[in-house]
Design a protein around this ligand. Structure first.
Ligand code: GLU
Length: 273
């Protein structure tokens, strides 16, 4: 090296910058005093925004985990992450963690990382009360609504696309509104999401969840691939389950919806990659 002193000074400057950028966060460049958590804003019972209030099972698990990581509720910044935006939001470091009915899949693992799972749901159908659709095999020639970027839409495309007319909208609430208007015959996604939507006062007596789940949706905590938080998150989820807080949160958020979680719950957490 011709100018060792200058080179060293340069390295020190780079190191100082790197320290500022990391700031004790998860290695993804966020400021250390708040944490940005991606949730759904339009899924009652899971992730739901009403004024300045955020409710639902995803929100409660997120709050518990964030608190265990050192971020009490007033240090959480809630960010809307619709199904189609989740990978991008993590890859671009727009959020630090995602709790948004986000299924762990091998395809998604190519671009993001997951802690968890913290819940297991199953794909099902929501139909008008008087419908005779009893399962996905009855969808031939019918119009089915699901959400862009979801495993639910993908599964229909892979398995039933030839005979079903699939409409993809940005959110499930929009699908249910469309079904109320008579434009579609069924909405498909995870049973717990459908139960929460169908239980909304405006829809009382109008729709039924078919109740024959045809997939396993393991809800993970979405992370940037560079995050170092997976182990700590899994420990926090384990503590939430063993303390009884997980059960309490699930019961509170599904009360009155008629929803019964499958016996795959509560799940064990996968080892971190
Ligand atoms: N759990 C499924 C998924 O991650 C469907 C629900 C959703 O779109 O959030 O794609």
């Amino acid at each position: 090296m011709r100018h060792p002193r200058i080179a060293l000074a340069g390295m020190a400057a780079v190191a100082a910058l790197a320290l500022t950028a990391c700031g004790g966060g998860g290695g993804s460049g966020e400021p250390s005093d708040t944490i940005r958590i991606g949730i759904k804003f339009d899924q009652p019972g899971l992730g739901f925004k009403s004024g300045d209030t955020y409710t639902g099972f995803d929100v409660d698990v997120a709050k518990y985990v964030a608190n265990e990581l050192g971020f009490p509720e007033d240090k959480i910044e809630w960010v809307s992450t619709p199904s189609a935006n989740r990978e991008t939001a993590l890859q671009n470091n727009q959020v630090d963690m995602i709790f948004a009915t986000y299924s762990i899949t091998d395809t998604r693992k190519q671009s993001v990382a997951f802690a968890g799972p913290y819940f297991v749901a199953g794909q099902d159908l929501l139909v008008p009360m008087d419908s005779d659709i009893a399962g996905p095999e009855d969808l031939n020639g019918k119009t089915l609504c699901s959400v862009t970027g979801s495993t639910s839409a993908q599964k229909v495309k892979d398995t039933y696309a030839a005979s079903v007319n699939l409409q993809e909208l940005p959110g499930y609430a929009e699908c249910v509104t469309a079904m109320e208007g008579g434009a579609i015959d069924a909405v498909t996604t995870d049973d717990i999401i459908l139960a929460g939507l169908a239980a909304q006062p405006a829809y009382q007596g109008k729709f039924k969840v078919v109740g024959a789940p045809f997939s396993e949706e393991r809800y993970g905590v979405g992370l940037n691939k560079d995050s170092d938080r997976c182990e700590a998150i899994n420990t926090a989820i384990g503590k939430m389950i063993s303390s009884g807080e997980w059960e309490k949160a699930l019961t509170k958020n599904t009360e009155g919806t008629g929803y019964t979680p499958s016996d795959l719950n509560p799940p064990a957490q996968d080892p971190c990659a």
